[in-house]
Design a protein around this ligand. Structure first.
Ligand code: NAD
Length: 480
């Protein structure tokens, strides 16, 4: 069985304790590879390699970093098909999605930050003719990057690329649920000539490997994407150590549909924004609010389209709905469908586990589920499910829908559908979310600030925001 290795000091090595965790293929529910069960000894090796590499990397020219990062990006592009296959097998996502979204975006992340670092600058403040202040933006040192399973290589590289572009050396941990493409990335980094120790990838679970990174006394910044509860645990350890923290956490995003929207475009996009990646994208809109005058029309059209979505083998070219990432997540999603019914909801379509045939019979599949008839403040409508489950709720006024949309503890993203631009801007300014899409969804310009408010996180990624996070500003004041 294939064994994944840690990537430390430019080499692929076994974990010190020589123990491994099982890695499951969601499509079949079977173990197909082994992941290092790393502990604090592996994190210490990774830290030492990063600390040794830092003096040289921190003064490497932007041009040199650009060349290496562009090489990584082009190797990801050259290996697109094998990386997409690996991502689909590891995560259960449709191969078509991995091909058009996950892997191309991972290449773009390296390309974008290779270029961004050549454009990054800092400020100068002159005080009349007597003093000049200028701000240095210096790399922090060794930083930790921890990422989740839903967009494995995409979100892993979204952290690593700005961290190394800014001159830091990294100890990174991908999710133990989907470690494969991070492992393949380590091979690409070796081939691209990334100096040993600049990036170290330590595999293992959260409480042991992840926490060893978070609690390490000399890793001074943590960039984390994952669940809100995990984020709170990380903050509890990191904050008293005065670490810089970037936390991208959970969501419960509203999708607000007014009667005057372009109906066909809205329906097509709403099917995607509800169920892309089996609803396991932090930006999916899981609470759909529909203006009452088109509620019945929406319900009929939406349910008709969703009922036709076939759950299938993720590796099949035509599959649009693949497997749920793990058994525990599969059980969690099903338990929320039960809860919704206990809370008085009516399942309009889906609502069940699906058993496929042959090798896939033990895989974790759930049909896309639409539920109506729930109060906006019930648990189903307040807690993150992070699966192929959406609720639909009618509304009458802007005030009412804003109250319902903003009632959750989260504030990551939102969508608004209307042709009335004044209303769109008004709603955009009042909605409690870090990201608002008007008449579209998941359009991503990598220069824009990315992140959430309330329990959806602290800080922003994207563009120069990430380069600012991964550098310390130092003001120098000079008497003229
Ligand atoms: P998770 O919090 O369980 O795990 C995320 C990562 O943290 C994994 O690598 C895990 O091993 C690690 N981890 C777990 N416990 C840890 C600990 N105590 N110390 C250090 N590291 C620890 O999240 P998940 O289930 O992998 O991902 C799903 C969640 O991620 C959802 O809540 C989703 O909304 C969120 N998410 C947010 C964004 C965003 O940009 N805001 C993007 C994607 C996913």
């Amino acid at each position: 069985m294939q064994k994944i290795s840690n990537y430390i000091n430019g080499q692929l090595i076994e974990p010190v304790g020589q123990t491994y965790l099982n890695n499951y293929e969601p499509a079949t529910g079977k173990v197909y590879s082994l992941i290092p069960d790393s502990d604090e000894r592996d994190v210490e090796l990774a830290y030492k390699a990063a600390a040794d590499a830092f003096p040289a990397w921190s003064i490497t020219s932007a041009e040199e970093k650009f060349k290496i990062m562009m090489k990584i990006s082009s190797l990801i592009e050259q290996n697109l098909e094998s990386l997409a296959q690996a991502e689909s097998k590891d995560n259960g996502k449709p191969i078509s999605l991995a091909r058009i979204m996950d892997i191309p975006r991972s290449a773009s992340n390296f390309q974008f930050y290779a270029q961004a670092i050549t454009q990054f600058s800092s400020e100068a403040h002159q005080m009349e003719q007597s003093f000049l202040n200028y701000t240095l933006r210096q790399p922090i040192g060794v930083v930790g990057c921890i990422s989740p399973w839903n967009l494995p290589l995409y979100l892993f590289s979204w952290k690593i690329a700005p961290a190394i572009a800014a001159g830091n050396c990294v100890v990174a941990k991908p999710s133990e649920v989907t470690p494969m493409t991070a492992f393949l990335l380590s091979k690409i980094c070796i081939e691209a000539g990334l100096p040993p120790g600049v990036l170290n990838i330590v595999h293992g679970n959260g409480p042991k490997t992840g926490m060893s990174i978070v609690a390490h006394p000399h890793i001074h910044a943590i960039s984390f994407t994952g669940g809100t509860t995990t984020g709170a645990n990380i903050a509890r350890i990191a904050a008293p150590m005065f670490k810089k923290l970037s936390l991208e956490l959970g969501g419960k995003n509203p999708n607000i549909i007014f009667a005057d929207c372009d109906f066909d475009e809205m329906i097509a996009t709403t099917v995607r924004s509800s169920f892309a990646n089996q609803g396991q994208i932090c930006l999916c809109g899981s609470r759909i609010f529909v203006e009452r005058s088109i509620y019945d029309k929406f319900k009929t059209a939406f349910v008709s389209k969703v009922s036709k979505m076939q759950v299938g083998n993720p590796q099949d070219e035509n599959t649009k709905m693949g497997a749920i990432v793990s058994q525990s997540h599969f059980e969690k999603v099903l338990s929320y469908i039960d809860l919704a019914q206990q809370e008085g909801g009516t399942v309009l379509c889906g609502g069940k586990a699906v058993q496929l045939e042959g090798d896939l019979k033990d895989g974790w599949y759930i049909s896309p589920t639409v539920i109506e008839g729930l109060a906006y403040d019930c648990r189903t409508n307040q807690e993150e499910i992070f699966g192929p489950v959406v609720t639909i709720t009618p509304f009458d006024t802007e005030e009412e829908v804003l109250k319902m949309a903003n009632s959750v503890a989260y504030g990551l993203s939102s969508s608004i559908w209307t042709k009335d631009l004044k209303r769109a801007h008004r709603m955009a300014s009042l909605i409690q979310a870090g990201i608002v899409w008007i008449n579209c969804w998941l359009i991503r310009d990598l220069r824009t600030p990315f992140g959430g408010i309330k329990n959806s996180g602290v800080g922003r990624e994207g563009g120069f925001e990430a380069l600012r996070f991964f550098t310390e500003p130092k003001n120098v004041c000079l008497k003229l």
